[in-house]
Design a protein around this ligand. Structure first.
Ligand code: F6R
Length: 235
């Protein structure tokens, strides 16, 4: 079902996580077909994983070619070694870059270098995002104004808690670096993936509450935003 919820925002609801993966993969493949040199800002986290698996299957079946796409890292923890399994770079490699046969990447090391590399690419064509339980985007924690730049941040207790499930008992790093709100909001197209009943209240506020730095995801309204949600998240 497709609903329009105000200027620029298209909300599409689907029955479950599998249908979400299909619908998201359809949109991403259409964008890659329209522009094989697409630059994509890539979220990790749990929500997009079924979508990445679906995309990998389509690549394997020869339905789509990501070899000219550039994958741009959205965020990273600070203080981890390269081979630490918790690094979001390695998670993006395992789940997105390697299975899709992507050879062009922009890694988020230092904000300055990252912003330079993204500018040289001509900016972000498609931002693939998940919705933080507190409304964060990447690691843009509340409050993050629209002009918040790419920068290092300290994670909120809420984000430390929500990240704990990824790492099976290992401590969650408290520092991170994130693509700025300014970069995220400048993407030519944004796809926000939301699944599960635990995201229901924050998704409502994101789409229908006040647009405020206290809920960074609400600032996506007014950009070319498509929200794909399963029925658990948008009943
Ligand atoms: C991950 C990221 C985070 C997640 C968000 C939702 O790279 O930047 O902002 O997108 O915390 O996480 P999940 O999908 O695990 O609910």
């Amino acid at each position: 079902m497709v609903e329009a919820v105000g200027a620029g925002v298209t909300l599409k609801t689907v029955p479950d996580t599998q249908a979400l993966a299909q619908a998201a993969a359809d949109l991403i493949c259409a964008a890659v077909r329209a522009n094989p040199d697409l630059s994509i800002l890539v979220a990790t986290g749990n929500t997009p994983m079924p979508t990445y698996t679906e995309l990998a299957q389509r690549v394997q079946h020869g339905e789509i070619d990501f070899s000219r796409v550039t994958a741009v890292q959205l965020d990273e923890y600070l203080g981890l070694t390269d081979d630490d399994p918790r690094s979001l770079w390695s998670w993006m490699q395992r789940s997105f870059v390697a299975p899709l046969g992507i050879t062009r990447t922009v890694r988020l090391h230092t904000p300055e270098e990252f912003d330079r590399e993204v500018a040289a690419l001509g900016g972000i064509d498609l931002a693939l995002l998940g919705l933080g339980p507190n409304g964060h985007l990447g690691f843009n924690e509340p409050p993050s104004p629209p002009d918040a730049p790419t920068r290092t941040v300290t994670l909120t207790p809420e984000s430390l808690e929500s990240n704990r499930v990824y790492w099976d008992g290992l401590p969650v790093p408290t520092g991170a670096v994130t693509a700025g709100m300014n970069l995220i909001l400048s993407a030519r197209q944004t796809l926000l993936l939301v699944s599960g009943a635990h995201k229901r209240a924050i998704l409502r506020r994101t789409l229908e509450g006040p647009q405020t730095p206290d809920l960074p995801a609400s600032l996506l309204r007014g950009t070319a935003l498509t929200v794909l949600a399963d029925e658990a998240a948008w009943a």
